[in-house]
Design a protein around this ligand. Structure first.
Ligand code: ZN
Length: 489
């Protein structure tokens, strides 16, 4: 049994009603008010009051954090790291800042538990993506609170995440609940351009500080709100691996008025044609199977097929319907997207070389080197070579049956609104892979409720988070951390 924050709260809530009613002279319906024999002079504040008071600070703090410009490039995350450090140290929590290059600051702090279980890392990034200010209805770097929402770049991705994580740690410290695990807070630089100066650097150079950790809770999934449906807790447990490559075709250069039968450009076009026509196998991994099995409870019409997705996809009719949705298709297949084309710069000049850059994403269990061997065999032309690109690392996934995933399930089950946990595989990548590569199970999950509109604003104009949702995010995160790390009784 875990001594949970919710049960602590329930136990104490009754006491508070009695104290309040005594003070205010009210009578709970149907209950004879009876003055308690002894009224506590200074009642210990209830957990909900402690957490609530800390959570109330979230909007103002997020506004201040948004006002620190950490657009990457250049990042200048050091100012954001110092802001978080001051916030934590005001509550007696030591925080260290690392700065591998001038301005590229990352923060590390640890709230000690009794050490009987391994730590959990709360991870967020300090940098944000650039903005096109003209498209915004509110200024992107002022953190204004308008119509019940905090507006600005980073409100959700990921300064809002950093604020709820820091406040959850502060609330747990104030609550004084003995935890079985240390909670490590990590706010890093450079996520938006790949994390090499942030999480990547930290994992390479300061790993001893986090080597004992069992879990990472990072960005990647929110709680989704949509009309007429229960809340969906998107618990992302895996990410596809980028395997970017170039296709380079060569041929004799010449004048456009006297073309040879094959040129660099025609060879490249032919190779790309083969790539797009390639029927790649379908592969349903455990995370995706889990996602659709859970999703079946929300979609009666396809429930039977979703419960056994791999088998259902053998049926050509169902497969065609399923694969016609690019998002669904990307979850069960390696994807290939040619994105950049380079050849001649003049219409009448045949170039000696033509190049395509291809964004390819691999499912868990698929290796980039092996995949590129298959690509070479498919193209099968000695004048066309395939070069591995700069961004290529393995896909990664974490298990769905441990103390952390159970804690999220429990908090979802206790959510006042009906809620369903959907495990997910992300088609894009975050910093989580750095940790999974070191054997730490990592999950993309932020317990803030967002609408679809708010979610898509994360790299676009009008990024924002509702004040109430932000506040509730702190409370939920405290519940999850208490569930996963509270002292075993
Ligand atoms: Zn992000």
């Amino acid at each position: 049994m875990h001594r949970t924050y919710s049960s602590l709260f329930l136990k104490r809530a009754a006491t508070i009603v009695v104290i309040l009613c005594f003070a205010l002279g009210c009578e709970p319906a149907g209950v004879e008010a009876e003055a308690p024999a002894v009224v506590p002079v200074a009642a210990e504040p209830a957990p909900l009051d402690v957490v609530g008071a800390v959570a109330d600070r979230a909007p103002e703090l997020l506004s201040a954090y948004i006002r620190i410009d950490t657009v990457n490039p250049p990042g200048n995350e050091i100012e954001g790291a110092r802001f978080l450090q001051r916030l934590l140290e005001a509550d007696g929590i030591d925080a260290q800042i690392f700065e591998p290059q001038p301005g590229r600051g990352s923060l590390y702090a640890r709230l000690r538990g009794n050490g009987s279980k391994r730590p959990i890392i709360l991870l967020s990034h300090i940098d944000v993506v650039p903005v096109e200010p003209d498209a915004w209805s509110q200024p992107p770097f002022e953190g204004l609170i308008v119509d019940g929402a905090v507006h600005g770049r980073g409100a959700l991705d990921a300064k809002g995440v950093g604020i709820i994580q820091a406040l959850a740690v502060i609330a747990l410290r104030r609550l004084g609940v003995e935890m079985d695990r240390d909670i490590i807070l990590l706010a890093t630089a450079d996520e938006e351009t790949g994390g090499r100066m942030g999480a990547g650097w930290f994992v390479e150079n300061q790993f001893s500080l986090i080597a004992d950790a069992e879990f990472v809770l990072n960005e990647g999934g929110f709680i989704r709100r949509s009309e007429g449906r229960p809340l969906i807790y998107n618990l992302n447990a895996g990410e596809k691996g980028p395997c970017w490559f170039d296709v380079v075709a060569t041929g004799d250069p010449g004048h456009g008025s006297r073309p040879a039968a094959d040129t660099a450009v025609t060879r490249l076009v032919e190779a790309l044609g083969k790539l797009s026509a390639w029927q790649r196998p379908i592969d349903v991994g455990p995370v995706v199977a889990g996602y659709y099995a859970a999703y079946a409870t929300l979609d009666e019409e396809h429930a039977r097929q979703f419960r056994q997705l791999a088998r259902s996809l053998e049926d050509p009719l169902f497969r065609d319907w399923f694969m016609s949705d690019p998002v669904a298709a990307a979850l069960v297949q390696n994807t290939i997207a040619p994105t950049v084309l380079q050849g001649s710069s003049k219409t009448n000049i045949i170039p000696g070389e033509a190049r395509a850059k291809v964004d390819c994403r691999l499912l868990p269990g698929h290796d980039c080197g092996d995949f590129l061997d298959d690509v070479r065999a498919l193209i099968g032309n000695e004048h066309v070579r395939v070069e591995r690109g700069a961004v290529a690392f393995g896909s990664s996934q974490s298990p769905l049956d441990n103390a952390l995933t159970e804690a999220v399930e429990t908090v979802a089950a206790n959510d006042a609104a009906a809620a369903v946990v959907l495990p997910g595989l992300q088609t894009g990548f975050t910093d989580s892979h750095y940790f999974r590569e070191k054997g730490i199970a990592a999950y993309g999950f932020v317990p803030i409720v967002v609408s679809n509109e708010e979610r898509v604003a994360t790299h676009g104009p009008n990024e924002r988070v509702q004040v109430e949702d932000l506040r509730a995010g702190v409370v939920r995160l405290v519940e999850i951390l208490t569930e996963v790390g509270a002292r075993t009784q």
